[in-house]
Design a protein around this ligand. Structure first.
Ligand code: FAD
Length: 344
């Protein structure tokens, strides 16, 4: 299939937070050859930005001269060998469609990451994670087009330098365009996520040994109670990362604020649920003009319609300032605020 080019596309229609000006041109590539053709034609000084499902980006309120590139490669292949099963998916495939495919194929490894919006190609960028599982646990390699060297390269799991909501790709922005990701999965009995909500779900239904379908159903049901559906409510999911602090500081805070969610990370470090920090300030459900805090989850900011970047930044600053003042903890935002400089 040839490249697809669209003109004058509002970025609010391409991002789940529904902000942004109008993109002059959006190009979708459907093969790796298309990408080579595109970069052969692109003037060296033409800015570009690669976009997946737009569920982890906040666009500024400016029109966009940069070329928006979308990857439409969606093929999924399964490679069985003596060392295990490797599933490779095109970067443009829907992440949740891939998870559903693996569950149907009886392959374990991705089921706890069910119902996360977006594309396969974006999953390595912030090392997508949920319910104690991260894509770094299964990714074997990431294939990408190096727009500087104009060649395809393969990153091994180690080369991706995965960390909590982080990878090498976040630190070399606008160089690599991911075209495919390979995940090593297993046919062994799945391990159910050891999370209170998940165990309760199975206990209630009398499921002692959940299979892949049970786990996927549980995750979808639990997420549905806590996270808004991007088709109806404009958000980027969790707005803040869960801060990692000294275990001793976490213990003191937990004594003072017993409802804080605290999880062990190591012998000396603990992770604090950022949502529970905002929740104990009593901010759940509050409205600040066009931005509100989701009534079912204090970690989610919602664009009620027509929000501007200035308005959003004010709310983000108010939350981070208040959390810092009350708990002495620095919050950092999870989605990418795309800079005006990148787009104009
Ligand atoms: C309701 C909701 C729930 C969510 N829950 C979770 C969750 O549980 N866990 C979690 O980790 N995240 C979660 N997210 C955030 C988001 O879904 C993930 O980060 C997802 O991986 C983003 O995918 P995307 O295709 O929408 O990426 P985009 O938002 O389009 O892009 C994100 C970043 O990846 C880059 N990128 C995208 N595609 C490529 C590519 N092919 N090559 C190179 N760079 C690329 C973009 O340039 C950008 O920097 C949630 C979001 C929403 C709205």
């Amino acid at each position: 299939m040839a490249l697809r080019i669209e003109h004058s596309v509002p970025l609010s229609t391409l991002s789940t937070f529904r902000m942004g000006g109008v993109a002059k041109e959006v190009v979708t590539i459907f093969s790796e050859d298309d990408l080579v053709t595109l970069f052969g034609l692109l003037k060296t000084d033409r800015k570009w930005f690669v976009l997946g499902g737009g569920s982890n980006v906040i666009f500024p309120d400016v029109d966009c001269d940069a070329l928006i590139i979308r990857v439409g490669i969606e093929a999924i292949t399964v490679d069985e060998s003596d060392t295990g099963t490797v599933v490779t998916a095109g970067a443009g495939a829907s992440w949740d469609a891939l998870v559903a495919f693996t569950v149907t194929a009886g392959l374990s490894g991705l089921e706890a990451l069910s119902a996360i919006p977006g594309s396969v190609g974006a999953t390595p960028i912030q090392n997508v994670g949920a319910y104690g599982c991260e894509v770094k646990d299964t990714i074997v390699s990431v294939r990408a087009f190096d727009t500087v060297q104009k060649e395809f390269v393969e990153f091994s799991n180690t080369e991706c330098q995965f960390a909590y909501r982080d990878s090498v790709f976040k630190h070399v922005a606008n160089r690599y365009i991911i075209t495919a990701v390979s995940y090593k999965l297993t046919k062994e009995k799945p391990k159910s996520p050891q999370y209170p909500g998940v165990s309760e779900y199975f206990e209630k239904r009398g499921i002692a040994e959940p299979d892949l379908y049970d786990i996927r159903s549980a995750i979808i049901a639990i997420r549905g109670t806590k996270l808004p559906d991007p088709a109806h409510i404009a958000s980027v999911g969790s707005f803040f990362k869960n801060p990692i602090i000294e275990k001793s500081q976490a213990e003191l805070l937990k004594e003072k604020y017993p409802t804080l969610a605290v999880f062990p990370v190591s012998d000396s470090l603990s992770k604090v649920g950022a949502g529970s920090l905002i929740d104990t300030m009593g901010w759940k459900g509050k409205s600040f003009g066009s931005i509100s805090i989701y009534p079912h989850n204090a970690l989610v900011l919602v664009n009620e319609g027509g929000a501007t970047k200035t308005e959003l930044q004010k709310v983000v600053d108010a939350i981070t300032f208040t959390v810092k003042e009350k708990y002495g903890i620095e919050l950092s935002v999870e989605p990418e605020f795309v800079s005006e400089e990148l787009l104009t």
